[in-house]
Design a protein around this ligand. Sequence first.
Ligand code: NDP
Ligand code: GDR
Length: 323
Amino acid sequence: MKSALITGITGQDGAYLAQLLLNKGYKVYGFIARRSTDTQWRLQYLGIQNEVQLIEGDLTDLSSIMRAIQIANPQEVYNLAAQSFVGTSWEQPITTAQITGVGVLNVLEAIRLIDSSIKFYQASTSEMFGLIQEPMQSEKTPFYPRSPYGVAKLYGHWITVNYRESFNIFGCSGILFNHESPLRGIEFVTRKVTDAVARIKLGKQKELRLGNIDAQRDWGFAGDYVDAMWRMLQQELPDDYVIATGKTTTVRDMCKIAFTFVGLNYENHVVIDPKFYRPAEVDILLGNPGKAKEHLNWEPETNLENLIHMMVEADLIRVRKES
Ligand code: NDP
Ligand code: GDR
């Protein structure tokens, strides 16, 4: 039986990846940060909280990562843990650098010191492209991050490439574009919208305050994207891959899809609030998943409309339950 260690197992992607690996027969270990409140709601939502072995630790604490690797003795490590909210990265730039940037080095060092044959996946991001100069971003597009988060992720990306080249570690970097689901954190714009749509529809909220709704994103479904992570580690050679849908949509049009689904007009409810504008914005992202299709035989299965409908439906159920 193969075993895998997932950092960030309590996050959106961690939960879906754990489910995917369990279905493939893996023994799944999760590296979990100590918090004062329970963070396992996503694992519970998927019904897998008793199927995974959780090991406490923190990405900024090398010894705890080493301990986790010694306990799990994994063939594969998926590093999904991060301070992942772009907005917060301006408020906590140093914490973001320590977790999202140097945290990657901690995991790589633990692998190098304990067992350099362990395969490593790094959760890189389209935010590294930032102020892009190419209409469609691929593995060859130059990087120009626009937030402390993007800068920290760029460090994580390059240190993964460097450990591959320096120490022959099987390290893959998945450059994933935005991916969402009913398990998405409420602070991210899609979930903020679908939760608000459910509340407005059920008479619990009147307006939805948003920032830059002209920003464009290439949005896919998290359930599809974790499969690409796994595929990368099954290749003969380690490499980096863009994972995206190849379509981009404005936040405005994503809102339209969500409100229209429940028979509402977004213009009657969305209020622009400068509080949600960012000091530096990534105006447009559009990924080219051609390499992933060719080498990993990976393609997204869920389009944006179906994804947003799935999220609104889940939020309607959730909000109804609250009352
Ligand atoms: P989430 O924010 O949902 O999950 C982040 C996870 O990291 C949580 O489990 C969190 O734990 C954990 N974590 C945070 N800080 C620490 C720490 N110091 N030590 C240990 N664990 C920690 O992110 P997603 O699931 O959406 O994303 C997964 C990864 O992919 C992240 O690295 C993200 O930056 C990256 N990414 C995401 C994309 C997306 O669109 N979703 C696109 C591209 C990259 P807790 O629950 O306790 O807070
Ligand atoms: P992003 O996702 O920054 O792309 O990072 P987010 O959903 O936060 O923002 C997407 C775009 O929507 C605009 N926007 C708002 N965003 C939020 N959160 N709240 C608002 O009210 C709002 N109004 C407009 C933003 O300005 C932005 O342009 C996500 C994270 O998952 C990262 O970890 C990951 O690396 C990238 O996706 C790819």
